[in-house]
Design a protein around this ligand. Sequence first.
Ligand SMILES: [Zn+2]
Length: 295
Amino acid sequence: MKLKAIRDQEGVVCHHCGSKEHYWKKDKWQYECKICKARTTLTSGTIMHGSQMPLRYWFVSIHLLTSTKKSFSAKELQRQLGHKYYEPIWTMLHKLRFAMGKRDSQYELSGQIELDEGFFSTEVQTENKGKPLKQGRGSQKKTKVLVMAESKEVEGEVTKKGKPRKVGFIKMQVIPDLKADTINEQVVSLISDKATLITDDSTSYVNLGNIVQQHQAQVIPKEKIGEILPWVHISIGNAKSLLLNIHHRVKPEFLQSYLNEFCYKFNRRYFGEAIFDRVLLVCATSKNDFRYRIR
Ligand SMILES: [Zn+2]
């Protein structure tokens, strides 16, 4: 049993007395504390804790989430599992994405980093319904996302498009606005202060030079964007086509969750089948603090 193997390896801590010594009660399929005899289930203290969903569902979901670059909808999973209710399936998937995001938030980006904003189509928030729609970037149908990609110049090579760049890790963070303070706060928490940032000359980025070691801001004509900020824009394009085609009418408050999944998988694109075990490990070692419900 994979989950038990992971929990044994990570160590089970007694929720009652804090002891790390346990017996495995095979008949009960639970741990028993050697000191105080308190029982711990396989899922307690993990994101699966308190879920009504059988473990098999979690495994199928993780398998589906990790076996393809594509995402899939709760409806599709519900159909595959043949489960009667939609909401618990939906919640389970979001818990998985939440855990993926939490895992990625433990790493900060470093080196040369492209940074720009993306505008993702989302549903109009309930409080804005009925208000006249604004056009373009400020539209209530668009959610702003700060997108960052580690992007290293490949030594020695020059092509027609300039120097090719190799992508490392990426991050995508939903932001409420494009104010310089908002951007600064995100950069402080997501990026190493030793990094070099490459951006356009937007006023949102005026203070970045004070936060990271180097900030290269430049006027970028539209046709040059793919050359100067290639990976940010490839990522935005891929995220949009992979996510929004599957999750129609994404609510703004859940966009981050889908982006977590996208980035997590992108950042582990060379892991192959090992990614299943990684996600299971993340699940077994993260607490369940996903608290949303469908409204
Ligand atoms: Zn105990």
